[in-house]
Structure formats: C-alpha cells, structure tokens
Design a protein around this ligand. Structure first.
Ligand SMILES: Nc1ncnc2c1ncn2[C@@H]1O[C@H](COP(=O)(O)OP(=O)(O)OP(=O)(O)O)[C@@H](O)[C@H]1O
Ligand SMILES: [Zn+2]
Length: 466
C-alpha cells in the first residue's frame, strides 16, 4: 500500500514517500484569530484531520502542527475600535476556533504555536536572509527581494514578469514593488517588538516559515492550507524558507472552499455562517459528515438543504448500527481493519466520497442480512461500518460523540407531545380564566428546565440550557 496525494507544486498525484520511514510531519496554516470561525475555516481543519487520521491508520507516527496567527491588521483595527487589548481579541477567537474544531471532532494538533511567541525565531531567519542577500531593511521594514530567489512563483506557476503587486499601506522603501514584507515597522500605539532593524511586528508569511522550521525542522513532509493561500502566502513561505537554506515541504496539499453563491465563504465578504450557529441547528456529527465527506479538492456550495440531505444519509448509517446492536443485544465493536475497497479509496488522494460509497454499500448489505434474519452477517457488516466511520472521525459510538447515537430525536418527539399536551391544558385553563392553574402549569414547566415562548404558530418550547 502507498498513500498518494495531489501535490500542488507537481500539479499531479504523487506517491507519498516520507522523509523518515514510518513518520509523517504536517504543517497546516491555521486561523488568523480576528473573528470566530465560519464553516469554511473548520472545513480546512477537518480535511487535514481526516488526512492525519488516515496516516495514523496506515501506521504512521504523525506530527501535526497547526499554527495560530494572533497578530494582524484586522486584530489591531478591532482592538482600537473596541478599546481592548489586541491579545484579548486574538485569544477569545482562538478559543472559539478550538471550540469549533473540538465540536466537530478534530483531534488536537501535536502542537499549536502562536506567531507572537516566535519573534526570536523570525529575527534569526531575517538575519540569515539579509546575510545571504535575499532580504533588506528599509524604514524599519524588512523586505524579501523576490528577484534574488530563482524558484519564486513555481508553486502557483506564475511568471514574475507578469506579476503586479500594489504596495501595502506603510510599505515604504521597497526596491521592487513585488518584494514582500517580512517585518513591518510599527505605527504609534500599535503592538511591536524590538529587532535589530527597529521596532515592528511580523509579516504573516514569515511567521509560518519560522514556526515550521522550529517544530518540524528544515525539511518536512506536507504543508497544507486552503487554495486561497497558494499565492501569495505559500509562495512567500517557500521563498523565505528555501532562501534561508531549508528544504521545506516535500508535498503541498490544498483544500477547496466552502462557497456561497460560488464565492469563497469569508468574514470579509460577510457571507459566512459561524460554526457556533450551525451546531445549534444540526448535530455536530452531521456537520462533520457534511463538511468532511466531499473530496477535499471539491468546492462545497453551502446549502441548508444539502445539510438536511447529509443528516438523512447519516441517519441511515446510524439507524443500521442501532438496529444491529439491538439485534445483537450488545454494542458491536469496530472491526480491526477497514474493508480493502475503503482503504484503496483513502490511499488514492484521500478519496473520501468513494470510501463513503463503500460505507453505504456495507450498510445496504447489513440491512439485507437483517431482513433475512442473518444476525452474524449483520454484525460483521456493522463492525466494518464502525471501523470505516472511526477512520473518518464519524463513528457515532466513539466516546467523543457520546449521546449523539442515542434516540435523542425520538426522545425529542416524545417530550414535544407531552409538552404540547400540558400546554393545551394551560390554554384551556386560560380560556376558562383559571389564572392560578395556568400560572402553576407554566411555573412547573419552567422548573423542569423548559422555556416557553408564545409565537404566532402557538407556544414553542426550548430547553433553557441550550
Ligand atoms: N471558505 C473557506 N473554505 C475553505 N477553507 C477556508 C475558507 N476560508 C478560509 N479557509 C482556510 O482556513 C484557514 C484559516 O484561514 P484564515 O484564518 O487565514 O482566514 P481567511 O482566509 O482570512 O478567512 P476570511 O476570508 O473569512 O477572512 C486557511 O487555510 C484558509 O485557506
Ligand atoms: Zn501559513
């Protein structure tokens, strides 16, 4: 078996050959913590969560680094607008990201470095780049000299002669408008750090090269991120790292977007749906199924209807597992191995849609066995389904999802009928002007933790803790 991955830099699917046999090192560009995560952000984390789980299943020792960019223009702007320290805004959103990753069952990274904790490493890298003639200081900024690095733009397959880059705000002293900032001179009142070239703050690209170097060394296996990062971010990371002397990443893997009306879901475009809102409407495991099962290189056009479809598809799988467990009189444990067809699909550039096809086929076979009263076959199929779902982080009986595989939908329906019955009695009491009884019923419902709201369609209830 060989895992194969689409490598953006080679523009083709390549066999994965690790730098160190049996080990895989992955660096993923994580969140810029200027706002709470939308489902596009979490899709990126989730795609790489599935990747690392698959490597682990194949016996690799995985080192997975996902950084946090905790300083940037938007964080500074918000800090000024809200008269709050920049670090409290970053940390609040970092926690929201972690809550989102966790809600969707993404395993924690091996380490999650924050950019501002790595200024000495960035200074070291800038010093090396200046010494080797690849960078220069000007007006308190430090720029990378793009013409000094012959491999520049190979990842995105662009021609430097064609490249037009407008200078960013405050980017004075550039020798070439296409040079990019490694370090930005600070403006009064902004957070800054001391360097040999003046006080300032890191450029986004430098952070990642420095953190990847620190935690994964000068050469590592896979660098990931969304396709929007190919240029300029990853192109600039490569330039910095290679010009510094690192071999950097062997494979470049990029996830496609969650889109709305064909456009990237994005905080700045205002077309984003937050993870925190989504998990109120759909079970987190359903959201994981929805975001994690299309191929990582296919766009996902967000639609609530598609989420409903995902919920139905997933319910067919969990329904089968529940029926088999009832038949077996016990929980069916996962098989020790996944079926060959599933493994082949995953090896082939993480072909989750094909792998999921194997899950659904296995469910159908298991359902036929149940219908034929063939308990043994049904149990065997259920064990395979659990093993496959486990690799995708979707096993409803796994501890992370405890309680999700239960009959909560049925329970909700039963409670709903009971509450409606009680509310009818309250309405009847009000109709006969028996206010004492009506109030007593409302108080008792409240004491049970239910919140009753009057809506145009009649009274509605929710659990007070939601
Ligand atoms: N709509 C999306 N679909 C898939 N991945 C996304 C989407 N938006 C961002 N990402 C990815 O999430 C990771 C973290 O992104 P980052 O915090 O830099 O946000 P961003 O791209 O600036 O988002 P926004 O455009 O919403 O401000 C990156 O790898 C990025 O490519
Ligand atoms: Zn990065």
């Amino acid at each position: 078996m060989t895992i194969r991955l689409y490598d953006t830099s080679a523009r083709q699917i390549r066999d994965f050959v690790p730098l160190t046999p049996g080990c895989v090192s992955i660096y993923l560009c994580g969140a810029t913590v200027q706002a709470a995560p939308h489902i596009g952000h979490i899709r990126s984390g989730l795609n790489f969560d599935i990747m690392r789980r698959w490597f682990a299943y194949r016996g690799y020792d995985v080192t997975f680094i996902r950084n946090v960019t905790d300083i940037d223009d938007k964080i500074i702007k918000k800090s000024a607008e809200q008269s709050r320290p920049w670090w409290s805004i970053g940390y609040e959103n970092e926690r929201a990201f972690n809550a989102g990753y966790d809600a969707l069952g993404c395993l924690p990274p091996t380490y999650e470095p924050r950019a501002t904790g790595h200024v000495p490493e960035m200074i070291e890298m800038m010093r090396g780049l200046i010494e080797r003639g690849h960078a220069y200081a000007a007006d308190g900024n430090v720029y990378f000299d793009v013409k000094s690095f012959p491999g520049y733009l190979e990842l995105s397959n662009q021609d430097l002669d064609e490249l037009r880059q407008p200078a960013g705000e405050g980017e004075t002293g550039k020798r070439d408008p296409r040079d990019f900032a490694l370090w930005k001179a600070s403006k009064p009142g902004e957070p800054d750090w001391e360097t040999p070239w003046g006080r300032g703050r890191p450029g986004w690209h430098l952070e990642c090269s420095a953190m990847a170097h620190k935690y994964l060394g000068p050469a590592f296996d896979i660098h990931g991120g969304g396709i929007d990062l190919i240029f300029p971010h990853h192109e600039n990371e490569i330039a910095q790292a290679k010009a510094y002397g690192d071999d950097f990443a062997t494979y470049w893997v990029h996830n496609a977007w969650v889109t709305m009306s064909g456009e990237k879901m994005s905080k700045s475009l205002g077309n984003s749906v937050l993870v925190s809102e989504m998990v109120q409407r759909w079970k987190p495991i359903v959201l994981r199924y929805y975001l994690g099962t299309p191929h990582y290189r296919s766009m996902i056009e967000y639609s609530p209807e598609a989420l409903d479809d995902a919920a139905s598809a997933f319910a067919r799988i969990t329904g089968f597992l529940t029926r088999v467990c009832e038949k077996a009189g016990t929980t069916v444990e996962p098989a020790s191995e996944v079926p060959l067809a599933f493994a082949e699909a995953m090896d082939d550039d993480l072909g989750v849609p094909q792998a999921l096809g194997v899950v659904h086929t296995t469910v159908r076979q298991g359902n036929s066995a149940l219908a034929a009263d063939d308990k043994e076959t049904a149990i065997a199929r259920a064990a395979e389904v659990r093993a496959m779902l486990g690799v995708l982080g979707l096993d409803p009986f796994a501890p992370h999802w405890a309680g999700e595989a239960d009959d909560s939908d049925d329970l909700h329906g039963a409670v709903d009928s009971l509450v409606r019955l009680v509310l009818q009695q309250r309405e009847a009491a009000r109709a006969r002007k028996d206010w004492a009884t009506a109030d007593a019923i409302r108080d008792q419902l409240q004491q049970s933790g239910l919140v009753i709201e009057d809506s145009p369609d009649g009274p509605r209830w929710t659990l007070g803790t939601r």
